[in-house]
Design a protein around this ligand. Structure first.
Ligand code: ACM
Length: 663
């Protein structure tokens, strides 16, 4: 019941705007008079060379259309109400042409592209255009010309800190394709585990994965799955640090004698490969040869981040080597290591990607630098002639607002770059580090925010309107569920479990108003390890939920004298006042809820004050000093995180409580 009230209120707020629901927004779009009506006679003709991608895309297109509309469409029907026209079936590469033209007329749809990849991108746009009226489903008549701004639009998924089974990767590949992303960066090895089968060094996955690894057969299938959707798979094998798992299996690779213990904590552990040992390069040569054959992409990511220097500092062998080679810093030692690794990759036909620590003038200029510690390294890399991709500002594991990521343009403040240097900025990647996510919650940390990042990397830099972005994001977010993304539906399931299978209603009311605390702060509340529960209220909460933004608009409307907003506000605030009783009740038989009692109580008390403020306002009375002081104290308290979540409606409530009465 309570939830129903909330959802109805939310629905009213969400339908406020309408218009184009596309994300990413195309470069050129011209709506015209008329509609293409979808009927069961709908038929599609392919005009182009055989492409397994187009063959599958056609089937999936029909399935999604009929799934949404309930129409009994037949993908094998003969006819040409729609034509897919393209010239080439191409291998995936950073240089691939993804452009397309889409024309919807009253009786005809045309998707035209030079490559089969362009056709895939155009079909996703068309699916986002599907609309309905009382006469049925239709596509609006439109002319679209579209192409990506950047060739590298990636998502990193860390499958180490928490293992992500194939189904997680597959559904996320589908979602990436829906928003025209084209690189899945698989972070496959780290301190906590080695997540891929190696046939040449089987102890890696046998000893250091706790049984959670991908077989090479699974990887091959995944690569094919991604290829069919126009998505490259770039594997990362992080060396020389973040390598505890390798050293557990093969201690001789390490700088200190070992033995090494499986790492269960996070951070930047000390174990590190020994760059002075020949056997390390011999080992990596064979290993990278194996992986170079498995992964067809021209790039292999070698990590290279966060060498903390502790074990190198403790090694006499390292000190001796550095003295002999006139090296004065560990950075120089790592650069020596990277050069050798680069030679190995080159021998096996691959170019190197690495985190920005690897940036060093000695490396060849085909190396791609992934900027994560700040965007300065992005510009510094391209000025030195390297390619670069931006991840600083795209760390989606930090639970920052969509708007922050959205405005993080790789070429912002890049005025002093030459056109050539700008061209070497290949794009960017959202990074889903997995310390604090499980297969159950990972989608909710990736989506829908990553759709906004996808737009930043595809669309014109002038597309920056936050209100419109959030409006379209709300639509795309729901459409992603069609692809199996669990960011919305899993929350309900998690709250039911938290409610001990009682009524989750009070939790649903509260969770819509909070989000996990941002950046790395959760680690200050608990010493998280790979064994920690990720099933608490904070895990069920999502970054940048829509409701607080809507609530804020509602408060503004009320303060401007909108009578309907006043009624809605009163209903909501009354619900929040009472909700606390429900949470208290739940906590009696579901103790896991106890940690959020102070949060729920704060909300309840603030809502009561806000109602009083509205009452006084309607009577033209000003609150007395004591009341105001109590209000300020409560507001201040409500700003402190509770159980690792922050309440997102404090500022609008503050406006209600503290705004002066107009006479
Ligand atoms: C990183 O976040 N250590 C690349």
């Amino acid at each position: 019941m309570k939830k129903t009230v909330m959802l109805i209120l939310l629905a009213c707020l969400l339908t406020a705007g309408d218009g184009v629901n596309l994300m990413p927004l195309p470069w050129k779009i011209k709506f015209q008079e008329g509609k293409f009506r979808l009927s069961e006679g709908f038929a599609l003709k392919v005009e182009g060379p055989f492409s397994p991608r187009v063959k599958l895309a056609r089937l999936r297109f029909f399935k999604r259309l009929s799934g949404r509309t309930g129409l009994f469409l037949n993908p094998e029907a003969e006819g040409d109400s729609m034509i897919l026209l393209y010239q080439k079936h191409i291998p995936l590469s950073p240089e691939m042409d993804e452009s397309y033209v889409l024309r919807v007329g009253k009786g005809k749809i045309l998707v035209k592209a030079s490559t089969d990849i362009g056709i895939l991108r155009g079909l996703e746009t068309l699916l986002q255009l599907l609309s309905a009226d009382e006469d049925g489903y239709f596509f609006p008549a439109v002319q679209i010309e579209d192409h990506p701004r950047f060739p590298w639009r990636g998502l990193l998924i860390d499958v180490v800190r928490h293992f992500m089974p194939m189904e997680v990767l597959k559904r996320n590949i589908d979602a990436m394709a829906a928003v025209k992303m084209n690189v899945l960066h698989l972070h496959l090895t780290d301190d906590q585990g080695f997540r891929i089968e190696s046939k040449v060094y089987p102890r890696l996955h046998q000893v250091a994965s706790d049984g959670n690894y991908f077989t090479q057969e699974e990887i091959k299938k995944l690569i094919k799955y991604a290829d069919l959707r126009g998505i490259r798979v770039v594997p990362e094998f992080d060396v020389p640090a973040h390598t505890t798992s390798w050293l557990v299996a093969y201690p001789a690779l390490g700088t200190l004698p070992g033995p090494y213990k499986k790492e269960r904590n996070y951070g930047t552990p000390d174990p590190v490969m020994d760059p002075t040992k020949k056997l390390v390069y011999k080992f990596l040569d064979r290993f990278f040869r194996e992986m170079a054959r498995l992964f067809p992409d021209p790039y292999i990511h070698i990590g290279g981040d966060e060498v903390n220097g502790v074990h190198w500092g403790e090694s006499r062998r390292v000190a001796e080597f550095m003295r002999k080679h006139h090296m004065e810093s560990f950075e120089e030692l790592q650069a020596y290591f990277n050069l050798k690794i680069n030679k190995i990759l080159k021998k096996h036909g691959k170019a190197m990607v690495g985190w920005d620590e690897i940036l060093n003038p000695a490396l060849p200029r085909n190396v791609v630098i992934q900027s994560w510690r700040g965007r300065e390294s992005l510009y510094s890399a391209v000025k030195q002639g390297f390619y670069a991709i931006l991840s600083s500002g795209f760390y989606i594991d930090l639970c920052q607002p969509t708007s922050f990521h959205y405005l993080n343009d790789p070429l912002w403040e890049s005025q002093d770059l030459t056109p050539e240097e700008k061209k070497r900025v290949l794009g960017g990647e959202a990074t889903m580090w997995a310390e604090l996510v499980s297969p159950e919650t990972v989608d909710s940390r990736i989506w829908p925010r990553t759709a906004a990042i996808a737009e930043r990397l595809w669309s014109s830099p002038e597309v920056r309107d936050l209100g419109d972005m959030y409006r379209r994001l709300g639509v795309v977010s729901q459409e992603l569920e069609e692809l199996g993304i669990t960011h919305i539906k899993n929350q309900g399931m998690m709250l039911r479990r938290l409610a001990g299978y009682g009524d989750p209603g009070p939790l649903e009311v509260l969770v819509a108003l909070v989000q996990p605390i941002q950046v790395y702060k959760r680690h200050e509340f608990h010493d998280y390890t790979v064994f920690s529960p990720l099933t608490r209220f904070v895990d069920a909460s999502v970054p940048d939920p829509p409701f607080p933004r809507e609530f804020s608009s509602l408060v503004d409307a009320y303060l401007k004298g909108d009578g309907a907003a006043e009624e809605r506000l009163k209903t909501l605030l009354t619900l929040w006042v009472k909700n606390h009783e429900g949470i208290v009740e739940l906590s009696r038989f579901s103790p896991v809820v106890k940690e959020i009692l102070p949060l729920s109580e704060s909300l309840s008390r603030l809502a009561a004050l806000a109602l009083q403020a509205m009452e006084m306002r309607s009577r033209g009375e000003a609150p007395d000093k004591e009341w105001l002081e109590a209000g300020k104290a409560l507001l201040e308290k409500a700003r402190e995180p509770v159980a690792e979540v922050e309440l997102l409606v404090v500022s609008p409530l503050e406006k209600l409580i503290l705004s002066p009465v107009k006479n």
